[in-house]
Design a protein around this ligand. Structure first.
Ligand SMILES: Nc1ncnc2c1ncn2[C@@H]1O[C@H](COP(=O)(O)OP(=O)(O)O)[C@@H](O)[C@H]1O
Ligand SMILES: [Mg+2]
Length: 233
C-alpha cells in the first residue's frame, strides 16, 4: 500500500456514444506523473480523441473516475476555471480564432482566470517568445504559415503553465521539420515545467521519444502494442 498520489489517476473509465451505439472506451486505467511524456498510439477510431477529451474534462465519462492530484474530477469547482488554469489543449487543427491576432489568441485562456489585462499581454508575449513567434504577435492566423499557427496553438496551451497538456495529433498536419519543432516544444514543457504531456500521435518516431507509450485498440488500453494494432499499420 502506498500513499503516493499521482498527478492524474484514471480508474474504470468507459465512454459509450449511446446515439450511435459505439463503445468508444472500455475500462481504462492509468496513473501518470508530473513531468512525464506519454504517447497515445493506435489506429484511427481506437478512441484516442475520446480519451483526451475525457482527460481534459471536455466530455463526461459513461462510467469510471478521474482524479487530479487525488481529487475526483466531479468535485472540482468550477470546472471551467480548472480547465483554464490547469489544462492545456493542442489539437490537430490549430483552432485559433481567425479574427484575433496571435497574441490575443494566446492570451485567451487567461481571460477565465484572475489575470489582469496587462499581465495577460505580458504572459502571452512570453509564451510566443518560447515558441519563437514574438515577431508574429500582431499577425492574424491567416497571415502566418501552418507551422507558425500550430506553434501559436502551443503557446496558447502553455500560457497558463498548465499541469497537464493534452495534444491530439498536434503534428498530423505539419511537414516533418515543423512537426519535430512542435513535438520538441511539448517535451520541453514536461522537462522544464514538470507538466504531464499526453500526446496522441501516428508518428512512431515521436512516440518512441516519449517516456511511455500507451496503445489503444478498440477502446482498450495496454502498455504493449497488441499484435492487431501493429497489423493495422
Ligand atoms: N461525438 C461522437 N459521437 C458518436 N461517436 C463518436 C463520437 N466521437 C467519437 N465517436 C466514435 O468513437 C470511436 C473512437 O473515436 P475517436 O476517439 O475519435 O478515435 P481516434 O481519435 O483514435 O481516431 C469511433 O468509433 C468514433 O466513431
Ligand atoms: Mg482522433
Amino acid at each position: 500500500m502506498t500513499d503516493h498520489t499521482p498527478l492524474l489517476r484514471v480508474r474504470g473509465l468507459c465512454k459509450r456514444f449511446e446515439g450511435v451505439g459505439v463503445q468508444a472506451l472500455t475500462d481504462i486505467g492509468l496513473d501518470a506523473e508530473a513531468g512525464q511524456t506519454i504517447a497515445l498510439v493506435g489506429p484511427s477510431g481506437c478512441g484516442k480523441s475520446t480519451l483526451l477529451n475525457l482527460l481534459g474534462m471536455l466530455e463526461a465519462p459513461t462510467a469510471g473516475t478521474l482524479f487530479f492530484k487525488g481529487t475526483d474530477y466531479r468535485d472540482i469547482r468550477p470546472p471551467h476555471q480548472f480547465r483554464a488554469s490547469s489544462l492545456g489543449f493542442v489539437f490537430q487543427f490549430h483552432h485559433l480564432v481567425p479574427t484575433m491576432t496571435l497574441a490575443e489568441n494566446v492570451a485567451s485562456p487567461l481571460v477565465a482566470t484572475s489575470c489582469a489585462a496587462q499581465a495577460r499581454r505580458t504572459r502571452a508575449m512570453l509564451a510566443l517568445e518560447q515558441v519563437g513567434l514574438s515577431h508574429r504577435a500582431r499577425f492574424l492566423p491567416a497571415n502566418v504559415s501552418g507551422g507558425e499557427r500550430q506553434r501559436a496553438a502551443i503557446a496558447r496551451a502553455i500560457v497558463n503553465r498548465p499541469a497537464i497538456i493534452l495534444a491530439d495529433e498536434p503534428t498530423g498536419n505539419l511537414d516533418s521539420a515543423n512537426g519535430k519543432l512542435v513535438f520538441d516544444l511539448l517535451v520541453a514543457q514536461a522537462r522544464q515545467h514538470q507538466a504531464l504531456v499526453i500526446v496522441a500521435t501516428h508518428n512512431m518516431a515521436m512516440a518512441a521519444a516519449t517516456d511511455r507509450q500507451l496503445h489503444l485498440l478498440d477502446g482498450r488500453l495496454s502498455d504493449a502494442p497488441p499484435y492487431a494494432t501493429l497489423a493495422a499499420w
